[in-house]
Design a protein around this ligand. Structure first.
Ligand SMILES: Cc1ncc(COP(=O)(O)O)c(C=O)c1O
Length: 412
């Protein structure tokens, strides 16, 4: 294999000039990233909150390699890997009544497809006046122009506004205000409502109440609004259950997945729809992407999900996640730089009173990676979301290093 082990010209990377210098990664094992100069960086964010099963899983690579020589198969045609991944999802992951899945190559494609799905569904039901998808403030659903328009993440939208459709926005926690805005917009124009069950990078684990989710579910049902759960970050065990919506009385019609589905090994996403929704679209020709259901990605994703079940990693996310939560609260509960700690499973947000970029870089200088987060009402935050395989000692190392980094930026 001819993988270069060092890149003397790494300074030319990345595409966007002026960003901070990041180390060159040449290997990864478990919860650690290895740099070209031998540093071992503790991956406290599983990359971009992607690597649920941890790194160095040769079994996943072998599964992809085994089917790769076949090359490309048109998305509409079945392959053994596609069918097996579909079966795995339907039999072991998705709620009852979800037998239809559309694959993509990532989160943005999936959420964007769900917007299209909401529109196509309403048209198929004879409601062509419905096109708006309501988003929550704050939220993040991806970087296509459609997903940027439906989300509310000021920093990531800035400058692109003329490209973005004027989708209505509602506060993340207020069902009365949601109802008011639906009435104001006219329910006959609303196709869908897209939600993160626990807000990811835009809000660093903002968590609405059960009463909120029950009201949202009821309002959507009453008004024939398709309820879309964006589980790109919260799905596949991240919050300690297979999907984040399962913590709440939130009953989606569409479930969108990405990140943890491929475990960070392959670009893979999925949109699953309740049978009644998918069946309404029969014959309407829902267009695919060229790489929809890429065969090697499906083979790898299947292996990722099988590993999760074999090693009971969703349960581990809940149990080790509780340990992580306790350690974070014990260390930072009274820290002057921290205004809130929230989350569950392997999914925590620390809201900061100091610069998140300074904290992220101070942590990285100490060989710890945590995820920068926040927008709108949550201006500065970091997220702690390691692989589910993290050990007690590694949790201690993570929390101790993060403490040193935060103390550096905001001395007590
Ligand atoms: C909730 C949510 N939806 C969608 C996306 C977009 O996914 P991707 O970056 O894979 O396109 C992300 C990415 O962080 C996300 O957190």
């Amino acid at each position: 294999m001819t993988v270069p082990t060092s890149q003397p010209d790494a300074g030319r990377y990345a595409f966007v000039p002026g960003g901070p210098p990041y180390p060159t990664i040449v290997d990864a094992q478990g919860c650690f990233l290895v740099t070209d100069d031998g540093r071992r960086i503790l991956d406290g964010a599983a990359g971009a909150i992607v690597g649920n099963i941890g790194w160095g899983r040769t079994e996943v690579a072998a599964a992809a390699a085994a089917v790769m020589p076949m090359g490309y198969v048109v998305p509409l045609w079945p392959t053994p890997s596609r069918l097996a991944l579909l079966d795995e999802l339907v039999q072991h992951w998705l709620p009852a009544g979800f037998h239809h899945v559309f694959f993509t190559s990532g989160g943005s494609e999936s959420t964007d497809s769900s917007l299209r799905l909401a529109r196509a569904y309403q048209v198929a039901k004879g409601r062509p006046g419905r096109w708006k998808v309501i988003g929550r403030h704050p939220s993040y659903h991806g970087m296509t122009t459609g997903t940027m328009a439906v989300a509310s993440h000021s920093a990531r939208q800035k400058g692109y506004e003329p490209l973005l459709l004027p989708f209505p926005k509602v506060p993340w926690d207020d069902p009365q205000e949601m109802l008011r805005i639906i009435e104001q917009e006219d329910p006959a124009t609303i196709a869908g409502f897209i939600v993160e069950p626990i807000t990811g990078a835009a809000g660093a684990c903002l968590t609405a109440s059960d009463a909120y989710w029950q009201a949202v579910t009821d309002i959507c049902r009453q008004h024939d609004i398709l309820l879309i759960a964006d589980e790109v970050m919260t799905g596949f065990g991240r919050t300690g259950l297979p999907f984040g919506h399962l913590h709440f009385p939130l009953q989606p019609d569409v479930i969108v997945g990405g990140k943890g589905l491929g475990g960070g090994y392959v670009p893979l996403g999925a949109v699953a729809a309740r049978d009644e929704v998918a069946e309404a679209l029969q014959g309407s020709g829902f267009m695919y992407f060229t790489f929809t259901g890429n065969d090697a990605a499906c083979a790898a994703g299947l292996t990722v999900l099988q590993i999760m079940r074999r090693e009971q990693l969703v349960q581990r996310s809940a149990s080790q996640g509780a340990v992580l939560g306790q350690r974070l609260r014990a260390e930072f509960g009274n820290h002057p730089a921290i205004s809130d700690i929230r989350g569950r499973g392997m999914f925590y947000g620390l809201q900061l009173r100091c610069s998140r970029d300074a904290v992220v870089m101070a942590a990285l200088a100490r060989d710890l990676w945590v995820y920068p987060a926040g927008s709108g009402p949550v201006p500065e935050a970091v997220m702690v979301a390691p692989p589910f395989v993290i050990s007690d000692d590694e949790i201690d190392q993570l929390v101790g290093t993060l403490r040193a980094a935060i103390d550096d930026v905001h001395p007590t």
